[in-house]
Ligand binder design. Structure first.
Ligand code: NAD
Length: 300
């Protein structure tokens, strides 16, 4: 079986590398030809000249690109460019591991099903670190038989696979997870700023929180590493975070749920993005909080 892999970015590159190391035969594609050439040189995969060759040569095609709109463009084509679907034979499967919006995923899966092509959504959590060590949490949506076809691949890339329900469920789960993750980071930033102004040492605060009930993923794996260090290079951009928060807010609206946390946290990240741009790191939301309150987290 050959696997098409589209999107060799911060996440896709280490995920594809793990598949290649595990002996999977990959045909890889990215808009950025340089990353394709580098990957092929290092891992011996086949390079694809375009989407058509991925569609024709792969049994399962994995996408991990920025947005659901990018996935739609890749699959259905746009502006006269053909997409994968035009050359994918019946019985093949699209495995979208991007954090796409669930409504778009449900629509795309329906269009593909009409052509006899299956779709599974399997977005991931754990960042570049867990993409690299193959321990991602993977949130899966799709029919059981279709998910079973992907399971061996998911097991290589992930540490835990969660069956969330029908197609689109993984994408809904992911947007809601990221809403919580965004809250955890910004709420901890706020706590550190208040503590610093009172006279607490931010590094001691993070250590204390991490052995106390206020800890969260950001306090455990982001504050010392990317915030207090001043590195702000976790590898997940503010543009992508804002996309996920918009998806969470759209989900709240579509389901008729009043969601004040979601609305507020989206505004906070939107303000950080307005300040530093979409390519800034999501951890720079704390930099924005610091600058807005004219506080520095350096030691007293
Ligand atoms: P990235 O921007 O680093 O990489 C995206 C890659 O996709 C790039 O190499 C780009 O050239 C390629 N690409 C874009 N459009 C394309 C197209 N039409 N055809 C072919 N290639 C195309 O993004 P990333 O950080 O790797 O994130 C990818 C997805 O994973 C996003 O949906 C993101 O929300 C999600 N995600 C990211 C992280 C993280 O920590 N970075 C964690 C979990 C989930």
């Amino acid at each position: 079986m050959r696997i098409g892999f589209i999107g060799l970015g911060n996440m896709g590159l280490p995920m594809a590398a793990n598949l290649a190391r595990a002996g999977q035969k990959l045909i890889v594609y990215d808009l950025n030809r340089k990353v394709v050439d580098k990957f092929v040189e290092e891992f011996g995969a086949s390079p694809a000249n375009g989407l058509e060759s991925v569609a024709e040569n792969a049994d399962i095609v994995i996408t991990i690109v920025p947005t659901g709109k990018d996935v739609r463009r890749i699959v259905m084509g746009q502006d006269g460019e053909p997409g994968l679907a035009g050359s994918m034979a019946k019985g093949k499967l699209l495995l979208d591991m991007s954090s796409s919006d669930p409504t778009g995923t449900v629509a795309l899966a329906k269009e593909l099903a009409e052509r006899g092509i299956a779709m599974v959504d399997a977005p991931v959590s754990g960042g570049v670190r867990r993409a690299t060590d193959g321990s991602l949490a993977i949130m899966v949506g799709g029919g059981k038989g279709d998910v079973d076809r992907c399971r061996a691949l998911l097991d290589i890339m992930g540490g835990q696979i969660f069956d969330c329900g029908p197609v689109g469920s993984g994408h809904a789960m992911k947007a809601l997870n990221n809403m919580l993750s965004a809250v955890g980071l910004a709420a901890a930033g706020e706590a550190l700023i208040i503590g610093k102004q009172f006279g607490l040492d931010p590094a001691v605060m993070v250590d204390t929180i991490n052995r106390s009930t206020g800890r969260n993923n950001a306090t455990e794996v982001k504050f010392h590493q990317f915030v207090l260090s001043g590195a702000y290079n976790a590898g997940f951009t503010n543009g992508l975070m804002l996309k996920d928060l918009t998806t969470a807010q759209d989900l709240a609206r579509a389901t008729g749920v009043s969601a004040p946390f979601t609305a507020l946290i989206r505004e906070v990240y939107a303000a950080a993005l307005a300040q530093y741009g979409p390519a800034s790191d999501h951890t720079e939301v704390v930099r924005w909080q610091l600058e807005s309150s004219k506080v520095k987290l350096g030691k007293k």
